[in-house]
Design a binder for this molecule. Sequence first.
Ligand code: FDA
Length: 430
Amino acid sequence: MAEPVADICVIGAGAAGLAAGIFAAELQPALRIELLDGATSIGAKILVSGGGRCNVTHDVVTPDDFFGTRHLVRNVLAAFPVQDTVAWFASMGVALKREETGKLFPVTDKARTVLDALMARNRELGVVLRPGHRVASIERRNESEQAGAEDLPRFVIRHQHGETFARHVILATGGQSLPRSGSDGSGYGLARHLGHHVTPTVPALVALMLDEQCFHADLSGLAQEVEIQTLVAGRSVDRRTGSLLWTHFGISGPVVMDASRFWCLAKARGEAVEMVGNFLPGRNAEQAREWFLAHANGNPRRSLLKLLAESLPERYAETLCRHAGGNPQQACAQVPRAIRDRLLTALTQFRFPVVRDRGWNFAEVTAGGIPLEEVNFRTMESKLVPGLYLVGEVLDCDGRIGGFNFQWAWATGRVAGRAAAASLGAGRGR
Ligand code: FDA
């Protein structure tokens, strides 16, 4: 049975909730802090993150790595810089190492190390972890019941095992990605019920499925550099270069995952959206033509495939030749102009026939959520509901791939945990 009264009740014991519990308890050890989570075992998403290794944060974190109201993101990030995150994990016995990409992982290469440390630190500080406590509603208590008694709990939290009364609530329910982990989007309903808005939510950091007529399945497993531009109603909304991974269903890899939010958001709004790839990043169509002609004139008997394979993976070059109607073994000087032009267009302006995203079960994060404008960035306290704090992915802020989403969770958790504890004051708890 749950203890009925908490000074601070954190709803959701994912990355942000676990961080909030620790920082609140460190500041005010006497407070009664409870972490309720609907899942029967805590931290499923941390355990699967980073391919089971947990990409805890990134070497360099800037507001440009996030999509969300820029100045608010900047202020929150400034409250908990990366070096503080690294020191914080070290203080819990988790040493981090930097990989070439700038991503930071635990030296053990095990996400379990991260989760165990966060849970152990919460327990050491006396924070009560309650798995199997799915929250169905959060109600504000009638103001008149509280007249002259500011220490009385302001919230009633109804969950699977009854009710918990709380003076402060930290909502850390995450988004909708990987619903089987417990993050099924129910937190948005809890926030709405308390008067918050929720901007439309779509999968982000998600792979994209291509029309099955496309050649992607032939290239399954191949990774290559590409520049991807997303056009909404003909206007470029995003352009980025990085590694694309061809798969049996379509396209994945960091560049696709990062761009996916733009495709998903436009699609959800019913807008015409296109993803265009340039497989010769840095060269436009005209430069690609010049490159081709220079090589064809210099080595006229060289096969089309050999020429293309100088700048592209051979498997891709061969598939693309056939896609453009060309013969990969034909001498490049003899390739008919129409085929050459088709080939160059496919190389530099390839319109990916995206049919849909891979869905919530495969998305790493959620784009959309509770607007950042509805929280005070100095405390993460709701501007609409005093005593309610909002942290992590439930907010309308998503980061690119590379450890940025966890950094957001740690930073918002820290700000809210400390602010909630500070406002309750020393010695007012148990
Ligand atoms: P999170 O989703 O972690 O936690 C929310 C918690 O609330 C859950 O435990 C859930 O059970 C609970 N909950 C929800 N509704 C509830 C209710 N009504 N009542 C009670 N409890 C409720 N990021 C990164 O930076 N590096 C990485 O390596 C990865 N890798 C990665 C891989 C995969 C497969 C996924 C799906 C995601 C990632 N991410 C990532 C993203 C990262 O995991 C994510 O951004 C954070 O976990 C978000 O932390 P939160 O605490 O906000 O939500």
